[in-house]
Design a protein around this ligand. Structure first.
Ligand code: AMP
Length: 227
């Protein structure tokens, strides 16, 4: 089962991707995380990507595609599928992804859009932070760790806040989403692979809708019970 999770920044793509990863044992592949790792390691790709990311602009297609396709190639055969979180973001990326997968007799089963209004997004993004170790997402107001300062998922006590989660960059990222990423919705709709979920519902309701979609996935993966 291979799935794309789409939506504006702050819609909950990362949270729901982690949910899918835990429940279906597929691998979350976040292009944003790959690029942030490249920036942190000060590689050539990281240096190039940083200026775009700091401004809330998209990193050039070729750079992102190279890094994402190499990561897909590095997945072990025992992994039953992947969730792409934050990729593709342009129609060009989507087309090349399809061609790349087709050559490997693979395909995207569903493109799931988590839809949230702009007003709600700015409020959400302002308070979010993630576990520095496993990447679980939290929010000052909407989702604090059950034990203060300790990650619910892995027990780590270190957390990160993203440099690009500031109001100016967020506004740019939303504008970029509407202009460059929204056309992707039509691309996947035409292909019959699109599913849209109301991302303003509570987190567990959004997850429930995702389960409904994935239980009809062509490869028919059975969900594992959560503990
Ligand atoms: P994200 O963590 O998905 O919000 O991504 C953070 C930033 O990384 C974005 O604002 C872009 O600058 C860059 N980025 C991530 N994924 C892509 C992509 N598929 N295409 C272009 N730029 C991307």
């Amino acid at each position: 089962m291979n799935v794309i999770v789409m939506g504006p920044p702050g819609a909950g793509k990362g949270t729901q991707s982690k949910y899918i990863e835990d429940r279906y044992r597929v691998k979350q592949l976040s292009s944003g995380d790959m690029l942030r790792n490249a920036v942190a390691s000060e590689s050539e790709i990281g240096k190039l990507a940083k200026s775009y990311m700091d401004a809330g602009q998209l990193v050039p297609d070729r750079v992102v595609m190279d890094i994402v396709f190499a990561t897909i190639d590095s997945l072990s055969d025992t992994v039953p599928g992947f969730i792409l979180d934050g990729f593709p973001r342009t129609v060009q990326q989507a087309k090349e992804l399809d061609a790349f997968l087709e050559a490997k007799q693979k395909a995207i089963d569903w493109a799931i859009v988590i839809d949230v209004s702009d007003d709600r997004l700015v409020e959400r993004i302002a308070g979010r932070f993630t576990c520095a170790k496993c990447g679980e997402g939290y929010h000052d107001k909407f989702k604090r760790p059950k034990v203060e300062g300790v990650c619910d998922r892995c027990g780590s006590t270190a957390f990160n806040r993203r440099a690009d989660d500031n109001p100016d960059t967020v506004r740019n990222r939303l504008a970029v989403y509407h202009k460059q990423t929204k056309p992707l919705v039509d691309y996947y709709r035409k292909e019959g692979r699109l599913r849209i979920i109301d991302g303003e519902l509570p987190i567990d309701q959004v997850s429930k809708h995702i389960d409904e979609i994935l239980s009809n996935a062509p490869s028919n993966l059975v969900a594992s019970e959560r503990v």
